[in-house]
Ligand binder design. Structure first.
Ligand code: T68
Length: 836
């Protein structure tokens, strides 16, 4: 039938109005100001004589929002008409950060609007600073999803993201006595101009209940799942504008609402509390983001989140496909679904259920459609991060899905048996079900079996998944099913927006802004690496970014740092495998060396500011102790006048996307020092180098490919290699490996009480001494210290350092998320751009 929309678009009067409206009316200064004032008076209902920075932010944001909505509408309309193959990126996390600056830059409005607000008595920086981050993610995985959305939009792919609209994002971190304390991130406190509520797009999601069987007219056994609990999913759309295109894509975030407001019967009986309870339970589902990265927590509510999200998204995707009236066999030609880690793996089961139970397809026909639709990205090989759900929990919440999983497993293992007759061992290893008490569903196995491609996120990582955790799957499927797509980052946010001065300098010297669309054109900078005048400008930019960070540090920690010192930065989630512990231990070593020096000797040393930042999962005791140790060391070092200002230690609280935008452009050295083989890729490493910072890193993740691109002279690599890790761990377990002597000295120093009551830190020290040093800090400590010395030496030659810095930026073309998205589109999704 004809929908409301179709009728409207047929009316020539409305078409005429729409076309007028589709013309940009707010893009010059005067139009912007008109819109600004209109939003202050109508949207905000405030007096124009009483506007503070926050209102100015809101009015500016609403003006930009109007533009976004127009582009969003045009893009979606043109996709509906062209009906191309669509890409759906399913991610439980989208770590978007702030939107205003990004939208202004991507839409090309920043200059005019900047002048517009200046005229009205505001500074654009102050306005931008009013925005709260959208922090619906933990770290790398969530930020990667956000970078990929920027690239999908900028490259005109017909793509949508699907996620959850958490009421509380990642917690806010504050420090009390050097300890992390968590505060709720109630980011929706004020209105959120970057979302479009679609209160009419609602999907009923059921849980629990039972499965009934019946035989249909054709004599086939059919299943009907009757849930006993229904919750509504309401859509909120977040427009994502591309750079240098009118294309604007969508992230659809689902929010849970109770099916009924509350139980009127109970209410009338005077049971007010129980009546409201149902509502609260429903709203619970999307209340909070789980704050663990690289760690599985088997909470029932988390499984409910996953199914709620996946079921609502698939309902939407299937509905859109059905509008085209194409046969089901065409589904994989119209739809590609990318699973961001195993979190959305139930989507595989849900699609099979829709096709078999609701649409009446044969099992095999349906399964063929399913496996041609999905592809799966793995982000870690850490065993504690592997998702597995107890079979009883899945069976209770999703009884029909549990049956389907058992059937998928049965047919899969029958095929395995055909290829490897009499090999009981490989059946147990490949099974989707782990045979323990209780049984578990291994989500990664389900994701592999239900997808046509599986990818890792950097070369080393993609090789490791083929030789370690998934090696038996390679035996069965062959290695073609497994591939690599090295991660990337968007140069729009991470250079153009975060480092405008460097962006302008680059544009000026290479004579165009092409690099924003084609990052490989940064190679044009190479020939200026020895240009005296250019180097001077390069240094000036870095210096001003360091001043900006020094001011931020002063405001947020009270510590005064010298912008002429070497800024040495490690910012990322606090995790044992990332080894912030090793970093702070080396800081203690440095401090002790400085104390032993004469003041003449100290004159010769390179001054350092060692900067840390990052959140620890609230339940991760050891990670929280690392934060405490860093702060205890900082307290002693920073007030020790005897070392003058040769060393300062800073812990920046509440590291998030917008803080990263200040920190990253200011680095001289950043540290990416995970135990080899543990960091799947890392993406901040790319951001630092793109901004002309050098890396001190291990031979791990994307560090290896960065090294390949920028060359030996421009990176400091150290430590044991991934293929040595197993033997080293074995040695720690079964032999008494002596601790590195320099490390032992540092341990003694902590134990002497130099940094406060040493008993606090003994659980941490124990990870090295009686805990088998699982992350091999002792094994890498010597080469780490040597690499640190090389950094100091290199920094003394400022001119050569600047040359290295320029070459770093010049050679980072590969790490654009545009390159990564084109690889996904060509090698995995078979999707083509479709511009509005
Ligand atoms: C990260 N993973 C990888 N996980 O650690 C990092 N996990 O090497 C890689 O660069 C990045 O993914 C992008 O590929 C994560 O960030 C999580 O945040 C996470 C969240 C929930 C559950 C498990």
């Amino acid at each position: 039938g004809v929908t409301k929309n179709d009728q409207a678009s047929l009316d020539p009067k409305i078409v005429g109005l729409w076309e007028k409206c589709a013309v940009n009316e707010n893009d010059d200064k005067e139009n912007f100001q008109r819109s600004f004032v209109r939003h202050v008076t109508t949207t905000l209902a405030r007096s124009v004589y009483n506007i503070d920075n926050f209102s100015a932010y809101q009015a500016t944001a609403h003006t930009v929002r109007d533009q976004l909505i127009k582009r969003w509408n045009d893009t979606q309309q043109s996709h509906t008409e062209a009906d191309p193959k669509r890409v759906y990126y399913l991610s439980l996390e989208f770590l978007l950060g702030r939107s205003l600056d990004n939208a202004l830059l991507n839409l090309g409005l920043k200059e005019n609007f900047g002048e517009g607000v200046k005229d009205l008595g505001f500074r654009m920086e102050d306005i931008l600073d009013e925005e709260v981050d959208a922090a619906l993610g933990n770290g790398g995985l969530g930020r990667l999803a956000a970078c990929y959305m920027d690239s999908l939009a900028s490259l005109d792919y017909p793509a949508w993201g699907y996620g959850l609209r958490y009421t509380y994002g990642i917690f806010q971190q504050r420090l009390k006595d050097g300890y992390q304390v968590e505060f709720p991130d109630y980011w929706l406190n004020f209105d959120n101009p970057w979302e479009l509520p679609r209160l009419d797009v609602v999907v009923d999601i059921q849980f629990g209940g039972s499965v009934n069987k019946y035989t249909d007219e054709d004599g086939r056994v059919r299943h009907v799942w009757e849930g006993n609990d229904v919750i509504k999913a309401v859509a909120y759309d977040v427009p994502i504008p591309g750079y240098g295109t009118k294309n604007c894509i969508n992230i659809r975030l689902w929010s849970s609402k109770p099916k009924r407001q509350f139980d009127l019967g109970r209410f009338n009986e005077g049971q007010y509390e129980q009546a409201v309870q149902e509502q609260m339970q429903a709203e619970n589902i999307t209340a909070v983001l789980y704050p663990n990265d690289n760690h599985m927590v088997g909470k029932e509510l988390r499984l409910k989140q996953q199914y709620f999200w996946v079921a609502a998204s698939l309902h939407d995707i299937v509905r859109r496909f059905k509008k085209s009236e194409k046969p089901w066999s065409k589904f994989p030609d119209q739809v590609a679904i990318q699973l961001n880690d195993t979190h959305p793996t139930l989507a595989i089961v849900e699609l099979q259920r829709i096709l078999v139970d609701l649409e009446g397809l044969d099992w095999d026909e349906a399964w063929n459609i399913v496996t041609r639709t999905f592809a799966f990205t793995n982000h870690t090989i850490l065993p504690e991060a592997m998702e597995k759900w107890p079979v009883p929990m899945v069976a209770y919440l999703l009884p029909r899905h549990m049956q389907i999983i058992f059937d998928v497993n049965l047919f899969f293992l029958q095929n395995v048996e055909k290829l490897f007759p009499d090999d009981r061992d490989i059946l147990a290893k490949l099974s989707i079900i782990e045979e323990a008490t209780p049984q578990f569903v291994r989500m990664a196995h389900l994701a592999i079996v239900g997808s046509h491609q599986v990818n890792g996120v950097a070369e080393l990582h993609s090789n490791l998944i083929k030789t370690t955790i998934f090696k038996d799957f390679v035996k069965f499927y062959g290695s073609e099913k497994f591939t690599n797509v090295t991660n990337g980052i968007t140069p729009r946010r991470w250079l153009h927006q975060a480092n405008p001065k460097l962006g302008d300098l680059i544009t000026e010297v290479i004579g165009s802004k092409d690099w924003l669309k084609d990052l490989s054109s940064l190679s044009k900078l190479e020939k200026f690496a020895d240009d005296k005048e250019f180097k001077k400008q390069w240094v000036t930019v870095k210096r001003s970014n360091k001043v900006r960070l020094a001011e931020y540090i002063k405001t947020h920690t009270g510590v005064v740092v010298n912008p002429n010192a070497l800024f040495d930065i490690q910012v990322k989630r606090i995790h044992e495998y990332k080894r912030q512990f090793m970093n702070i231990l080396s800081v203690i070593h440095r401090y002790n060396s400085l104390k032993k020096m004469s003041s003449e000797e100290r004159c010769e040393v390179v001054k350092r500011v060692v900067i840390f930042g990052g959140k620890a999962a609230p339940g991760y005791y050891i990670a929280k102790l690392v934060i405490k140790l860093i702060n205890s060391v900082a307290e002693v070092v920073n007030k020790d006048e005897s070392i003058e200002d040769t060393l300062k230690v800073v812990f920046i609280p509440d590291y998030n996307v917008s803080v990263a935008e200040i920190i990253i452009p200011a680095s001289d050295i950043s540290q990416h020092i995970s135990t080899a083989g543990t960091e799947a890729s890392g993406t901040s490493n790319m951001k630092f180098v793109l901004n002309g910072g050098l890396i001190l890193g291990t031979v791990d993740g994307a560090n290896i490919e960065i090294h390949e691109e920028i060359g030996d002279d421009n990176i400091f690599m150290f430590g044991n290699l991934a293929d040595q890790v197993e033997d080293l761990r074995h040695a720690h377990r079964y032999r008494n490996v002596p601790i590195d002597p320099a490390l032992q000295e540092v341990i003694n120093d902590i134990e002497s009480g130099h940094f406060g009551d040493s008993r606090i830190f003994s659980p941490l020290i124990n990870t090295l001494t009686i805990g088998k040093d699982y992350y091999l800090i002792s094994d890498d400590f010597g080469s780490y210290l040597s690499a640190q010395n090389l950094v100091d030496e290199a920094y003394k030659n400022q001119d050569d350092w600047t040359r290295k810095s320029i070459l770093c930026t010049a050679r980072m073309g590969k790490f654009s998320s545009d390159r990564a998205i084109i690889e996904y589109a060509n090698r995995i999704w078979n999707a083509k751009p479709c511009s509005a």
